[in-house]
Write a protein that binds this ligand. Structure first.
Ligand code: NAP
Length: 301
């Protein structure tokens, strides 16, 4: 594919509340370090390179950037890099952040934030991103049976004007229902990809039926998670990639986009060529026979 020329708009748009985004976005977790995020020995990423990647993403039409205050290495913070690279922010840029988990300044994980602590996490994101209102905040509260109290705290911050829209992350169907009983939910951000957590298919479909965006993370990395794509690529993915003159990562992104018009991908990379490839996947349309082959891989998990 002609990576580098195709823009993020080629896959169309979706509306998060009153904010319209291109369906191919960008995840900033990879920028603060080289190699896996959160590794204690992680080597800080190159600052100028990270800024180039962010600016290039926006030049290529990305207007949905995912981040978190807990995305940092010893010397780099994803939020600070976004602020430096992209502010003053373009009017159409939607920056989605997430709260719930936290790390102390040395990088150690803290216990999940309480409702009171969530306000501090929202304010931390506001300070780092340099804005007065966060476009979209996802509550990531895996492990809780009820997220009502925590989501209620965020709904209050939304009412107070600190947050425009709310989402949930690492959510089970009952979490979505609990949150929706409190305030509108514009997205579910969960771990999902080709052959990775096929049991999420039902929630993905339910989101589409309700007009809620489904935002998969690890759509390329899959089970490799923070470590990135693991092991050998599946033979059928390689064959389809060859036939389409695309890369396996592009096939994975195109497959995710074709799961529904409400699916928004946020591939993460610190590499300019990978960035161009990922955005170019916006124009790739897999044929029914490709999708049938990929479905078999997906259901095998
Ligand atoms: N809500 C949550 O709990 C949660 C959890 C994790 C992540 N996230 C968000 O989701 C975003 C996406 O997740 P992710 O960044 O881990 O996963 P991903 O986009 O599925 O995969 C990123 C990995 O794939 C590699 N890669 C990216 N593009 C490639 C390409 N075109 N060809 C070959 N390899 C490629 C990257 O390495 P290179 O840097 O070398 O390209 C990196 O190792 C994150 O950035 C973050 O914003 C959210």
């Amino acid at each position: 594919m002609a990576s580098g020329k195709i823009g993020a708009a080629a896959a169309g748009t979706w509306t998060l509340g009153d904010l319209t985004v291109n369906r191919v976005g960008f995840g900033a977790m990879r920028l603060p370090q080289r190699g896996p995020a959160f590794a204690p020995e992680a080597i800080p990423g190159d600052r100028d390179q990270a800024i180039k990647v962010l600016r290039r993403a926006v030049e290529l039409g990305v207007n949905h950037v995912d981040t978190a205050a807990f995305y940092f290495s010893s010397l780099r913070s994803a939020n600070e890099l976004i602020n430096t690279a992209l502010s003053p922010y373009p009017d159409d840029l939607v920056i989605a952040t997430k709260v719930g988990p936290g790390r102390d300044p040395s990088g150690e994980w803290l216990s999940l934030a309480s409702p009171v602590q969530l306000r501090g996490q929202v304010e931390e994101n506001l300070r780092q991103l340099g804005c007065d209102c966060l476009d979209l905040v996802n509550l990531r509260m895996s492990g809780l049976d009820s997220i009502a109290e925590n989501f209620g705290a965020l709904a209050q911050l939304r009412d107070a004007g600190l947050i425009r829209h709310l989402g949930v992350s690492n959510a089970r169907p009952e979490h979505l229902a609990q949150a929706q009983a409190i305030a509108p939910v514009v997205c579910v951000q969960n771990s999902y990809g080709l052959g990775h957590r096929p049991q999420q298919d039902q929630l993905l479909r339910a989101c589409g039926e309700q007009g809620v965006a489904f935002v998969p993370f690890f759509a390329i990395a899959g089970a490799g998670r923070e470590a990135g794509p693991s092991g050998a690529e599946h033979e059928d993915v390689l064959a389809i990639a060859r036939a389409r003159q695309a890369t396996p990562a592009q096939i994975r992104l195109a497959w995710a986009l074709q799961r529904g018009p409400h699916v928004l991908v946020i591939p993460g990379t610190g590499d300019l060529d990978h960035l161009a490839d990922n955005i170019a996947a916006a124009a790739l349309r897999l044929a029914p026979e490709d999708l049938a082959r990929l479905e078999a891989i997906h259901q095998d998990g």
